[in-house]
Design a protein around this ligand. Structure first.
Ligand SMILES: Cc1cc2nc3c(=O)[nH]c(=O)nc-3n(C[C@H](O)[C@H](O)[C@H](O)COP(=O)(O)OP(=O)(O)OC[C@H]3O[C@@H](n4cnc5c(N)ncnc54)[C@H](O)[C@@H]3O)c2cc1C
Length: 398
């Protein structure tokens, strides 16, 4: 008998297991994958997410392992409109990071194990064990079949969550799919922080990650997904050449590691996320287009909120557990609503009429440039930024 069974062991599930196990909760952390392993995701983490890693004691090992800090962003919206600056600091942490998922997820799993969680990989979730309408455990197949009981089943199994299906979690908001992204890794680009080039119906990003590699990414409207997929390399390299020629010159075959990959499975949704004996976290619960790069940070925020509530609730019994998971979900929706809307606006590419004049107005205002980057980090709404830039106002967070 465990207190909590977690299905899915990447940034949402492993972090949940880590924070709970550190508080003495008996946790079984499961995944059908083994670690280290990669997943289809770019991995820019804003200072908000980096600050959480620091509070969990994982920032120093990540930096010591060679993940380069990103201390500035340059955002080019036109040849004559380039914003250089840094995002808002969060709890004194000003850097962004782009840890490879092979490293970040494995580090979280290892830390969860070190904190006392039992980790079982190669364990494929098959179904929930029910008793009187309440989830009381989970069944697994894979290398070996097993079933375990727990007071709470946590579904952290991503966008196509089998736990969400099993518990009958309805999609309470389906806001559609607007983008697709493809990315690869190249060595030898100059390390000048994160570079963003938008325009011509596409976005190109480049930022440094482990081992001297840069991740280079192209985002298109979803309407182009089928066409791009026909010949990914050709479309990708043409897009970088058109939108970011300074980056394109570095994208030689010799400098590339691995293939260009990506996804058009970038729907924006919110699912019913808690019920009797179960809760969903991370993409299993809600996901947004990665245009604002918030998924990993969101998973961390949800994890923290759950871990702050659950130990006392587990000690108090099933009703308290269900009340805690319901309160967690309500808080998540209140706190994340504005960032969800802003991400939708960016994903639909519908912000340029209001945004371009605002960006021109702040070119020489580092405080408001930080505020602009705060939109991506979910700290500022688009409306707040446009209003502040329009009035030449002082950054309210400075
Ligand atoms: C193209 C792309 C680019 C992105 N870029 C960024 C970015 O720059 N920054 C950012 O913050 N976010 C980004 N995201 C979003 C980010 O990847 C997700 O928000 C994040 O991975 C969610 O983490 P998770 O732990 O909830 O789920 P996942 O990372 O999807 O992990 C789910 C885990 O559950 C396991 N699992 C699934 N089914 C089962 C089962 N039946 N049994 C056992 N285990 C199971 C899987 O093996 C997996 O390990 C991007 C996403 C995409 C697709």
């Amino acid at each position: 008998m465990y207190d909590v069974i977690v299905v899915g062991a990447r940034c949402a599930g492993a972090a949940t297991a880590l924070l709970l196990a550190r508080q003495g909760v008996r946790v079984l952390l499961t995944d059908r994958a083994a670690f280290p392993s990669d997943t289809v995701s770019t991995h820019l983490l804003h200072p908000t997410g980096v600050a959480r890693l620091r509070s969990w004691g994982l920032l120093e090992p990540l930096l010591a392992g060679g993940c380069p800090p990103i201390e500035s962003i340059s955002f080019r919206a036109a040849d004559d409109l380039v914003l250089h600056g840094a995002p808002y600091a969060c709890d004194g942490v000003a850097m962004s990071l782009a840890p490879r998922r092979t490293v970040l997820d494995a580090m979280l799993v290892e830390a969860a194990g070190a904190a006392g969680a039992e980790v079982r990989v190669g364990a494929s979730f098959q179904g929930v064990v029910w008793e009187d309408g309440r989830a009381v455990g989970a069944e697994f197949g894979g290398r070996r079949a097993f079933a375990e009981r727990a007071a709470l089943v946590v579904g952290a199994d991503g966008r196509h969550s089998a736990v969400a299906r099993q518990v009958g979690a309805k999609t309470v908001r389906d806001a559609g799919t607007f983008g697709c992204q493809f990315y690869g890794y190249w060595r030898g680009l100059p390390d000048v922080g994160t570079q963003i080039f938008v325009g011509g119906g596409q976005a190109v990003l480049a930022y440094p990650t482990h081992d001297g590699d840069h991740l280079v990414l192209v985002g298109w409207p979803h309407a182009r997904f089928a066409e791009v997929r026909q010949d990914i390399d050709r479309h990708f390299l043409a897009a970088v050449a058109a939108g970011a020629p300074a980056i394109a010159e570095h994208l030689t075959d010799a400098a590339r590691s691995g293939r260009i990959t990506g996804s058009g499975d970038l729907g924006n949704y919110v699912r019913e996320s808690s019920g009797p004996g179960w809760v969903l976290v991370g993409d299993a619960a809600t996901a947004k287009d990665p245009v604002t790069a918030q998924g990993i940070g969101d998973a961390f925020a949800q994890t923290q909120s759950l871990a702050d509530r659950l130990p006392a609730a587990l000690a108090a019994g099933p009703r308290a557990v269900d009340a805690a998971t319901a309160a967690h979900t309500a808080d998540r929706d209140r706190a994340g609503g504005a960032a969800f809307e802003t991400t939708l606006t960016f994903a639909m590419g519908g912000n340029s009429a209001a945004l371009l004049p605002a960006l021109r107005a702040i070119e020489s205002r580092p405080d408001l440039i930080s505020m602009f980057y705060g939109i991506y980090a979910g700290q500022v709404t688009l409306e707040e930024f446009v209003a502040a830039a329009g009035q030449g106002a002082t950054d309210p967070k400075a």
